[in-house]
Design a protein around this ligand. Structure first.
Ligand code: CA
Length: 227
């Protein structure tokens, strides 16, 4: 078993879907359809992680978050509706570990869960990242292809780092904008295309590799072709 996860979510279909996927991944799952039961179960303890919807009947997700945080540091991932920046900010301010915007890809939620559990276990994120012969040394803030350094601007570095850290997961432009640029960034998603183009110009075009793949109608992903 990978761990015990509590889903506090009143949308029955969504909760069931997430439960099914998490069970498939080897997590033990419990569900609560409203804030009060969710809080009760959460305070009962024994969970390794909680997925918490913000809009809940009974007791709001934010209130559940506040009360759980008084006595527990269990990792909590908030589910927020699209474009509710205020929810994300106050969720993080009130001690949520992460948030994910609905609708989301299940792979993204799984990646966040692994991340949160890893952080809680005190495991540091990997300092060396690589794919297709391209390597990043996060501590030295350096990227290279073989022995050849690749000069990147801060934003290019951050984007490449995020995609490499989440190798194999496809991210939409919106998700990349949120994750790399930050939720307070007001620009449009064209910025993502522009920076992907910059990276390809500095890496793919120079070294003849195919690092960042475009998934039409969805977004971008880094695949390690050799794996
Ligand atoms: Ca809801």
């Amino acid at each position: 078993m990978n761990g015990r996860i509590l889903i506090i979510e009143d949308e029955e279909k969504l909760a069931r879907f997430v439960e099914m996927e998490l069970s498939y991944e080897g997590y033990a799952v419990e569900k609560a359809p409203d804030g009060r039961l969710g809080l009760e179960l959460a305070l009962g303890g024994g969970f390794d992680l909680i997925i918490l919807d913000i809009m809940l009947p009974g007791l709001s997700g934010m209130e559940v978050l506040r009360r759980v945080r008084k006595s527990s540091d269990v990792p909590i991932i908030m589910l927020t509706a699209r474009d509710t920046v205020i929810d994300k900010v106050s969720g993080l301010d009130n001690g949520a570990d992460d948030y994910i915007t609905k609708p989301f890809e299940i792979e993204e939620l799984l990646a966040r869960i692994r991340n949160a559990l890893r952080k809680k276990a005190g495991a540091l994120p990997p300092k060396l990242l690589s794919a297709c012969g391209v390597a990043m040394d996060i501590e030295r803030h350096a990227a290279s292809y073989g022995d050849t350094p690749i000069e990147l601007t801060k934003r290019e570095f951050d984007l490449l780092r995020f995609l490499l850290e989440n190798k194999g997961i496809v991210f939409s432009r919106e998700a990349l904008l949120e994750r790399v640029w930050g939720y307070e960034y007001a620009g449009d998603t064209n910025a993502v295309d522009v920076y992907v183009r910059y990276l390809r110009g500095k890496i793919d075009d120079v070294y003849g590799v195919k690092l960042i793949h475009t998934i039409r109608g969805v977004g971008y992903v880094i695949k390690d072709e050799r794996e």
